[in-house]
Design a protein around this ligand. Structure first.
Ligand SMILES: Cc1ncc(COP(=O)(O)O)c(C=O)c1O
Length: 386
């Protein structure tokens, strides 16, 4: 049986065994509705409180300010729509985001643009890091919200969120950061970042899918997305996903404990990156430091990314092209496009994202098989073109 190597942790990460075990226990034993007054309900409520405390601790927040959602996408939707609609009456009808945000942010902005909001996407340039000057130019007295992701999912670049937040606040705008790809990989602290809203997703940090959180600074007014009951202090209607939220809580606590070891992942990532660059000619890394320690995005000259992904999969190595949402299409990555790269670089890129379970042997195996696969694909391309 050949070695299986999972290098797609930014798409999703394996559920930690401790998370799975706790969730299974809750599913079996703690079925109560947290809104019920009786003991069954109170037990479930206590589980939610415990999970909320663990998620809050991961981002240096007060637990009362954390709202559980159905994932990172919903958190992003809620933050942006919620602020846009709450501030509509005061006349702030302008929204800013970076051009390299996740689709959850970009498509929320598009939806609001169709309903009359003005939107601006900030350019990033080849560094993959948004410029402060671009934000200064874009900000107006009508700007309601600036949304800047903390770490990019495709290239891993870390944005200067704290500095950008200060500039946005000076113009009276609120600030949201999508920290889905940062949490568990680098320290995340809501006070240090100085933002008003922060999105998280459980399945990117070894928790379950379909669970996330939005941290909302106390006093920030948000229009709720869902009409219904008064769950989550009236912020999100619907009976809570108790097992999922408990799983998120366990994953968040583990992520916080393991954060000091994230540097080890950086050593593995660097080994992979250096190994590929030296073993495979015609390769280049997309994005510069600061980056999260688990991600490298590499373009392979004269190789179609999809073919490379499939060839690697046949060797038991799982990677991705650009973001998971846009794979399966030949659309170039919007992130690499925003970075201004030519087509051969935006279409030929592979994202390697490391995480729990990866080791040196797996990295060395990846470096070992790549030159052969790339050579083969390049020779096929040459033949087809003749
Ligand atoms: C930066 C970023 N934001 C949001 C999301 C969406 O999170 P979820 O899959 O929990 O909806 C993702 C996941 O791909 C992401 O990478």
């Amino acid at each position: 049986m050949s070695m299986r190597v999972y290098l797609d942790h930014n798409a999703t990460s394996p559920v930690d065994p401790a998370v799975a075990e706790r969730m299974a226990h809750v599913l079996r034993e703690s079925f109560g509705n947290p809104s019920s007054i009786h003991t069954f309900g109170q037990r479930a409520r206590a589980l939610l409180d415990e999970a909320r405390a663990a998620v809050a601790a991961l981002i240096g927040a007060r637990e009362g300010d954390v709202v559980f959602t159905g994932g990172g996408t919903e958190s992003d939707n809620y933050a942006i729509r919620g602020v846009a609609e709450a501030l509509e009456t005061v006349g702030r009808r302008h929204l800013i985001a970076t051009a390299i945000e996740h689709e959850a942010v970009l498509n929320t902005l598009k939806a609001l643009a169709r309903r009359g909001w003005r939107t601006t996407l900030l350019p990033v340039g080849p560094s993959g890091i948004v410029s402060r000057d671009a934000l200064d130019t874009a900000l107006t007295d009508d700007t309601a919200l600036v949304s800047v992701m903390l770490a990019n999912n495709e290239v891993g670049t870390i944005q200067p969120v704290a500095e950008l937040a200060a500039r946005a606040h000076a113009r009276g705008a609120l600030v949201h950061t999508d920290a889905v790809q940062a949490a568990g990989k680098v320290p995340v602290d809501v006070t240090g970042l100085g933002v008003d809203l922060l999105s998280l997703s459980a399945h990117k940090l070894n928790g379950p899918k379909g669970v996330g959180a939005l941290w909302i600074r106390r006093g920030v007014r948000l229009q709720r997305l869902t009409a219904g009951g008064r769950q989550e202090r009236g912020r999100r209607a619907g009976t809570e996903n108790v097992p999922g939220i408990v799983g998120f809580g366990v994953a968040a606590a583990l992520a916080r404990e393991k954060l000091p070891a994230a540097g080890t992942l950086g050593i593995l990532r660097d080994r992979l990156e250096r190994g590929i660059l030296s073993a495979v000619p015609g390769t280049v890394v997309n994005g510069i430091e600061p980056r999260v320690p688990n991600t490298t995005n590499i373009s392979f000259d004269r190789v179609e990314a999809e073919s490379l992904l499939i060839a690697l999969d046949l060797e038991g190595i799982a990677v991705s092209t650009g973001s998971a949402c846009s794979s399966g299409t030949l659309e170039p990555s919007h992130v690499l496009k925003a970075m201004g790269f030519p087509a051969h670089r935006t279409q030929n890129s592979i994202r390697f994202s490391l995480g729990a379970g990866n080791d040196e042997a797996q990295i060395d195996r990846t470096i070992e098989v790549l030159p052969r696969i790339v050579d083969k694909l390049r020779s096929l391309t040459r033949t087809t073109r003749q």
